[in-house]
Design a protein around this ligand. Sequence first.
Ligand SMILES: [Zn+2]
Length: 618
Amino acid sequence: MQDGAVGATTPVSRGLISDDIINQIRDRVDIADIVGQHVSMTKAGQNLKGCCPFHQDKTPSFTVSPSKQIFHCFGCGAGGNVFTFLIRITGANFPEVVRDLGRKVGIEIEEAAPHVGSQVAQARRVEQVNQAAAVWFKQNLLDERVGASGRLYLGRRGIQQLTIDQFGIGAAPAEWDSLLKALTKQGFSHSDLMAAGLVVARDSGSGFYDRFRGRVMFTINDLHKRVVGFGGRVLDNGTPKYLNSPDTPLFRKGHTLFALDKACEAIVRTKTVIVVEGYFDAIALHQAGISYVVATLGTALTPQHVQVLRRFAGNVVLLFDPDAAGVRAALRGLDLFVNSGLGVKVITLPTGDDPDTFVRKEGPDAFARLEAAAPSLLDYALDHSMKLAEAGSLESRVRSVDNVLRILQKSEHPIEREERMKIVAERLGINQSRLIERYPGLQSQPKKVPVSPGVQTSERTASTVFKGLPEERDLVLLLLHGRLAPADVRRLRPEAFTVAACRKLVELALTHLDRDGRIEVRPLLDEAVDDAVCGLLATELSLREDHFDDTCAHIKACLECLDRKRSEQVLRDLIGRLKTAEQEGRVDEVHLLNVQINEVRRRKAGTPTVDVGSMLKE
Ligand SMILES: [Zn+2]
């Protein structure tokens, strides 16, 4: 059993990095330092506490234990070790996080052999190609001849040299194969360049050509400052005006936000993020000193973008284009953010302006005034919806906000729902109860609508509500706190635990016995935290500080209770089978089952016996 249990716990996505290296890296870092770079923590007894970066946390529910090197949020149920934390906060995958941390503590991880064909190796290769391409684009812009038109264009748009350096802006020449030639000379293969989306296969089927030609080039970085993709603005009247890298193992357009790497610090500091749609809008605002700005890559915001924003900011400022804006954009935004927990405001710029032209003409202070005076997204949506109503008609006014109310019904947070309903009622000049008549969903507990397809819901249910017996929970808790004596450990039987996570944890615990028959808690915890079945239970119960008056007595009582319940369950099963056997007249089996039942009852001696006769009658 021991061998099987150990083998079964190897996590899925460890890539090609050995457990030994992973453990070495983990032992050299302190989770408190790493978390401290992202969350402001204060000391609370042996632990550190802060507001959870993974959910909208009003009371500090996020707990870190320096001695156990784990974290757990008692609000949303997130938990794990230093790797889990970094994966969630940076969005990187396991091998990336390990490699990154390894570099910091002086453990270099050898590159995976490319022929292994793993995603990790491919992503790493794309990263290298991108890096080389970014350098090449930058050199082009500096080149007297090749970069002339790009420099002229950037100058016309008021982009300063310092900004060009900061953002790594470059240029792609107007030829068909300059990049292809230059990077092949550096040793990259055609398939590498294809994988990175930098070249496109010719329709004829033979050969490739450069995707980006005659464009000013923007480098798109992730939070580790890795170049994940590119965007290019055409320099003549060609189309499309803007072109992005296609999706690659490193780059997904619907998830990525331009300039997040440069904005991150300011976003965390101000708890606010401004979202614009274009590269130049973001760059112009940064250049004007407004640095909590990110851009979508010419697309509308997606639920995945919202997830990313929630990690860093509490407030979002959207910029609506005055021409295209109005009801549809507002409703879309309202729907997107309804359960995000984020406060959302809307800035509308004067007609004919975009952030780039506005901030250059009017200056950053004027922009700050616009931001301060910006209405909430809900107010904005109401304003624009009610403009469509006939003057004077109440019914028409109510009808005009139909779509807004339909979205508000999805709001999962009762207080927020209440506040928003109040705003709508006030704006319409009617009683709240009339709104509820029309939209019963606004009052009653609404149907559960997931925030967005993703991790959230399952993680929430994974914690706080423990579905098993309180005795098994307490036993696992005391086990994780190292309170079980060898005699107690000998009485542990995984099958007596009704909750899968508890059962798994006890199974793991029994593989971590020292010579005296005690459970070695630290190695157990290190292993359990990584386990898909019992990881969250392990972090939660490890960090609980429950107090028991007489721990020894409580442990004995819990063990006895579990034994008794287990025997009762076995007995019930046997009796069920006995009933069936009797009904079907299988005499031999009836005899055998009776013997087994008597044996179980004898073993239960000392604890109250279950009356087999009375159970049979049920
Ligand atoms: Zn949380």
